[in-house]
Structures are given as structure tokens and as C-alpha cells.
Design a protein around this ligand. Structure first.
Ligand code: AMP
Ligand code: MG
Length: 343
């Protein structure tokens, strides 16, 4: 019997890899500087180009499917963004020759759809700050049906194909970079090297050596609470210094056994913020299919059936599975020092 969701998987992979190439081309053309959106978050020509390219591909093959993506076309369509719109249009020419700015705006608009029984969620560049800095970022696309992620692809163009312990110290041009993480529910997860096409099944770290377990967290300190996150791993007796990494690539790192736990424990003003579905959906399925586990800080599974945000959930705990219960306990035990319970 044919495997389920193969058309969705293959199209998602092809479209996200094309978008990743677009992002790298924009960087090489030195047009990857960021504009600041009204919500103070950054956006680049590559974010818009990647969203347009992927929405165009999805529309051609799955015209009935809604897409809930990050970017909005309104700012780009404004008169003061005319030069930027021309640059985004130019960035797409290698894939869709002769594309017009109006078509491109329509494709981006298509990515601002409503969630329904079956829809895609798209982050054209997760970790835009990392992309602009020259660090990690991911193009993430997931198919959600009845609140469950069924197909997931995340492409991490800057992630080393082989794990590099001292990545930041190695000369960047000596390392092969570019990994696509792919998963279909019930079919496992795999990594695909963008350098030579090698495919490897993904499996979380199964060694039970707490001293060597590795925490991974955001580079941006205000996307979580580093002091609390570090207190949790101290309680558990983990000795390795935490790794900081931008984007959904963190889920990929745990899925391939390089890290064991990703904590995103918001406090203060951020505690009331709810996560966007596109910032997590693809990573969650990749990690679960590699043997890991993802919940919120209270141990609740993430509910992707509440619209564009994870309204039912607070914080993120993504792990290799075996450490999960102990981590949840350590979070509750240390919570009083950092955070009031969910109101
Ligand atoms: P990361 O690279 O893991 O730091 O995550 C990047 C994502 O963090 C972006 O796509 C934003 O949607 C999200 N983000 C922005 N501001 C905040 C915040 N104050 N707290 C948590 N996440 C945020
Ligand atoms: Mg994002």
C-alpha cells in the first residue's frame, strides 16, 4: 500500500528547499538587511520571497488548502516599500520567470489564510534575527489536520551537515552546511543533506548520562528566561553548558541527538504571550517522529487546533523523551522563584 501524504511531503520539501536557495541568494546579493514591522519584529526581502514562492507552489498543487503563514502583504504593498517590492520580485525570477509584483503580492496574501480542518502553516524564515546576523534560521512548513501536525519539513540552510561541537570557532567555509528535516506522522523522521542528498533516519539521544545531557535555548534572551532554564538543568545535575541557537533548528538538533532539551520558559510580560503555530509545528512532528516529546511547561501536548496561536499552551518543553517527566517536575519545583502560575 502506498504511504500516506507522499504528495504533500514531496511538494513541501521541494518548495522549502527552493525557498532556502532564494534566502541564500538574497544574502549573497547583500540585500538581506531587515525592515522593522509595526510589531517591532524584523522582516527581509527573503522572508517575503520565500513566503511567495512556497504559497505559489502550494496553490498550484493543493488549491483547496488554506495557508496560515507569518508574513502579511500590506506593508510590502505600501508606496514607500516600492523599491523593496521590486527587490522581492527580482529574487523570485530564477524560479518563476516573468513574475509581476501584483502576482507576488497575491501569493503572499494567500499565506494569510484562516485555519480550518486541514491547512498548512508556514514560517518563511524562522529566526529572521539569526538570518540577518549570519547564524541559524529555518524555513518551516507543516500540514495540520484536525489540530494534529501530519507532515513537517524544516530546512536549515546554515546548519552543519555533521554536528560541530565548536561550530562558532570553525572557519565557516570549511564546514558543509544545509540540512532538511522531514517527517510524516507514523512514518518516522529523516535528515536530508542539502550538500549531497544523503538521507539519514533521525533518532534522539538514547544514552542516559545526565551529566552529559545538553540544553539548547534561544539566542534571544527575552524569548525565554535563561536564569530559570539554567536552574532547571542544575537541579537535574546536567553539567554541559547550554547551547544557544536561533530558530526551529533547535528541534532538529534534539531530533538528531546533539541536544536533549529545548526550554522556552517565558516570564514577565512575555508570560502572557502565546506562541505562533508556525514557530513550532514542523519542529514538533520532526522531534516526535525521532522519538522525542514536546509539551508546554505544564506537560500539556501542544494544541494546533486553536487558530494561529497556541492558545491552550504556555512555554515549550521539547526533549529526547526520556528526561521529560523529570524536567517538568524541575520546572514546577523552581517556578516560584521565577514565575507565577498561569492565571
Ligand atoms: P528563536 O529563534 O527560538 O528565538 O525564535 C524566534 C521566534 O521567536 C520568532 O519567530 C518570533 O515569533 C518569536 N518571538 C518574538 N518575540 C518573542 C518573545 N518576546 N517571546 C517569545 N518568542 C518571541
Ligand atoms: Mg518565526
Amino acid at each position: 500500500m502506498a504511504l500516506a501524504y507522499q504528495n504533500e511531503r514531496n511538494l513541501a520539501l521541494k518548495a522549502t528547499i527552493a525557498a532556502a536557495q532564494l534566502c541564500e541568494q538574497v544574502r549573497q546579493a547583500q540585500t538581506s538587511q531587515a525592515f522593522i514591522k509595526p510589531d517591532h519584529s524584523p522582516v527581509t526581502i527573503a522572508d517575503y520571497g520565500a513566503q511567495a514562492l512556497i504559497c505559489h507552489a502550494l496553490q498550484a498543487m493543493f488549491p483547496e488548502d488554506a495557508i496560515v503563514g507569518e508574513e502579511d502583504a500590506d506593508i510590502l504593498a505600501s508606496p514607500e516599500m516600492e523599491t523593496c517590492l521590486a527587490q522581492v520580485t527580482a529574487s523570485l525570477q530564477s524560479w518563476v520567470e516573468g513574475v509581476k509584483p501584483s502576482q507576488l503580492l497575491d501569493w503572499i496574501r494567500r499565506g494569510k489564510g484562516q485555519s480550518s480542518d486541514r491547512f498548512w502553516t508556514l514560517d518563511p524564515i524562522d529566526g529572521t534575527k539569526g538570518y540577518v546576523r549570519g547564524d541559524q534560521y529555518a524555513i518551516a512548513l507543516a500540514l495540520i489536520e484536525k489540530g494534529l501536525v501530519q507532515v513537517a519539513v524544516m530546512v536549515c540552510p546554515a546548519l552543519p551537515v555533521q554536528f560541530q561541537n565548536n561550530d562558532r570557532k570553525s572557519p565557516p567555509d570549511t564546514i558543509d552546511r544545509g540540512v532538511a528535516f522531514v517527517a510524516v506522522r507514523g512514518q518516522g523522521a529523516e535528515a536530508l543533506s542539502l550538500v549531497d542528498g544523503t538521507r539519514s533516519p533521525l533518532q534522539v539521544n538514547t544514552i542516559s548520562t545526565p551529566q552529559g545531557f545538553q540544553l539548547i535555548e534561544s539566542v534571544e534572551r527575552d524569548h525565554g528566561t535563561p536564569q530559570w532554564q539554567h536552574q532547571v538543568i542544575r537541579t537535574l545535575g546536567w553539567e554541559a553548558p547550554p547551547i544557544q541557537m536561533d530558530s526551529l533548528a533547535k528541534y532538529g538538533s534534539i531530533a538528531r541527538g546533539e541536544a536533549d532539551l529545548y526550554l522556552r520558559l517565558p516570564t514577565g510580560a512575555s508570560a502572557e504571550r502565546r506562541e505562533n503555530i508556525w514557530d513550532h509545528a514542523a519542529g514538533v512532528l520532526v522531534l516526535e517522529e525521532a522519538g522525542g516529546r514536546v509539551t508546554d511547561r505544564w506537560g500539556k501536548p501542544l494544541n494546533f487546533g486553536c487558530g494561529s496561536k497556541l492558545l491552550d499552551n504556555q512555554g515549550i518543553v521539547a526533549s529526547n523523551g526520556q528526561v521529560h517527566e523529570a524536567v517538568l517536575q524541575a520546572i514546577q519545583d523552581s517556578a516560584i522563584d521565577y514565575q507565577n502560575p498561569l492565571s
